[in-house]
Write a protein that binds this ligand. Sequence first.
Ligand code: BGC
Length: 790
Amino acid sequence: MKRDCSGFDIAPWELRWCGLDLDALHRTESIFALSNGHIGLRGSFEEGEPVGKPGTYLNGFYEKREFPYAEGGYGYPGDGQTMVNVTDGKIIRLLVEDEPLDMRYGKAVEHERVLDFRSGTLRRTTVWTSPTGRNVRINSERLVSFTDRALAAIRYEVEPLDGDMDLVIQSDLLANEPVPTQAGDPRLAAVLDRPLVSDFSAARDFSAVLAHHTRRSGLRMAAGMHHELSVTETPRCDIHAEDDLARLTVAVDVAQGDKLCLTKYLAYGWSSRRSTPALRAQVDAALAAGLETGWDELLTRQRQYLDNFWEHADIEIDGDPELQQAVRFAMFHVLQAGARGETRAIPAKGLTGPGYDGHAFWDTETFVLPVLMYTNPIAAGDALRWRHATLDQARQRAHELGQPGAMFPWRSINGEEGSGYWPTGTAAVHVNADIADAVVRYLAATGDEQFETECGVELLVETARLWAGLGHFDAAGAFRIDRVTGPDEYSALADNNAYTNLMAQQNLHEAAEACVRRPEIARRLRVEDAEIAAWRDAAKRMALPYNSDLGVHEQSEGCTRHARWDFAATPPEKYPLLLNYHYFDLYRKQVVKQADLTLAMYLRPEMFTPEQKARNFEYYEALTVRDSSLSACPQSVLAAEVGHLGLAYAYFGEAALTDLHDLHRNVSNGLHIASLAGTWICCVGGFGGMRTSGGRLCFAPRLPGELDRLAFRIIWRDSRIAVEITRETATYRLLSGASLTLRHHGEPFELTAAPVTLAIPELPVKPAPALPEGRAPYDRRQARNSGTKP
Ligand code: BGC
């Protein structure tokens, strides 16, 4: 088995880690996290310890905390929200002849864990020699059910290897478990001190329930567990519950050749409205349903769900097994983040860790939904419905800031602004146009009329109203949007950020179109003809800063005149710059944290000529340091478009391995879901050249020399399409649904039942653009050769 330099074996459909490495626990817990978008379990050991960061999360379940401003100001949000580490049901402690199984002691003779992308489970095999020399084998497998949203389950099997053994198992529900504190990085979560207050606890036979509420956010939750046991001897069992702990204890003599097998079913429910008895009833019911289904059937359903997903979403890569695995790992986690959120947000870390306090950002609309809408459109629609459900808070926020329409939060769990005042946070109003962009893309991809009438038009209208209020016409007649922050967080409060303006322009235009298409909704939203005309006018005359001396668009007005960052004088250990330099310094210089204008060229491709794209790309490449994981993907896509295929491939590798190789050294706080989604975008938008401007589905495929073949599938309206790319040709197949007109490198063609194979035009070789000193893309070969474990 080939192993990559970060410790994982390379295999197409699974991620296997062999051997025990306690220092790697933090990061493997994120990587091995299981989730269905509603419940998230970090991949910690069943024994509870040793642990990097324990973590059990329920999407949307948070506590409020006061922002500690040194000096407040009007409109500064008073409270933030932090995702709560809820009652931990993963814990199954084992005592072998009185000796607690703790991997820090004794010896792990064998130890491996496997995340299986097709079964949707995390499996573990451990052969452990206790400090007193007894040997046991532990096999465990766990899942968070995609089909039964409130359920998770663990099968835990213990086998004595050297004679009869006294075994004791303690299976817990544990609330308010201690979470290690960390400091020094603003991207970490606030640690809440014992956030759960007990409301109720009960235990009987093999089941227990604990119910709690939060002090300030007023949310209630319940967690329940039920067990099935299989062992030859009759075990002695006891169950009890107190405020923060419920425990089933099983003591039994197990003969060599026999096994003790425990199946633990877990159910979770939470609500801001339902009472504790109602939540208890909900978890009781979920447990009853889980038991009725049974472990084997839960596994079968999980497998079927994933078979169906992969049939529509798989990407095949020939020529690079490491990236093949990374792409499937990425898609598996993107699915886990969004599958069953059901009108809840998709947080930047999914439910894999506490980073960014569990908040959702623009990452969802700009990176994650554009993947889900072509692979699992229902999940994409649900996430947009969450945004719609928070419209009232967004309207209120706009009102508070003296603006019309709606102003969505930079970061949030519950729809309220969760960013303390921060120039690169609350001023990053582009999130509103990003939401509108996702609405437009989603409608083009799905034709979901119900969504359009119930949510889509209203989202477009209220965000367009915001832009009409935020901008103004200058003396020369241009529509300007001043003092906002674009995607690049190393510049802030800039005038006419090109990305923001272009996305706002599309937002205004699409809102006007939607009102014409749906006059009845426009009337309900009190949109007058004059308002539509004003949106069209603003869109038409939107400012787009351009430096004609340099022949490039400006990321924001005047930015090309700023001093350039001294990259040569910045040593590698000073990255990310935000942890080592004051923003005051960063904001004043030409240094780009993450793709900004480059991203605009991907999302609004029709607004730039090929020559402009090439020049702009080159200019901003020399400034972009990729201190955000949201950067490698758009840089890869644009590199592929303008003809730097080698560079595109390198950025693709970086995006794909961001978490597996812990390139940002913070995977312990959770996965970078946008970067994982970006891996798909690199393949489909980059090497597949897929664009959907004007609602037309276009491809411009091109493979880098390192790959022999790339194949992907997408869902477009009611059709399923497969695209297979080799160096010379691309073959398009209609797998099901109506025939349709596609474009291949600009040329339209009809895709009907018969596959269509078309030649890929040759690409002139271009010199690679200069990059900031020391900021070349992740060098996989060097990492492999030096065997560096991040
Ligand atoms: C990026 C933002 C992103 C956030 C959450 C930051 O580092 O600069 O663009 O939304 O992380 O992923």
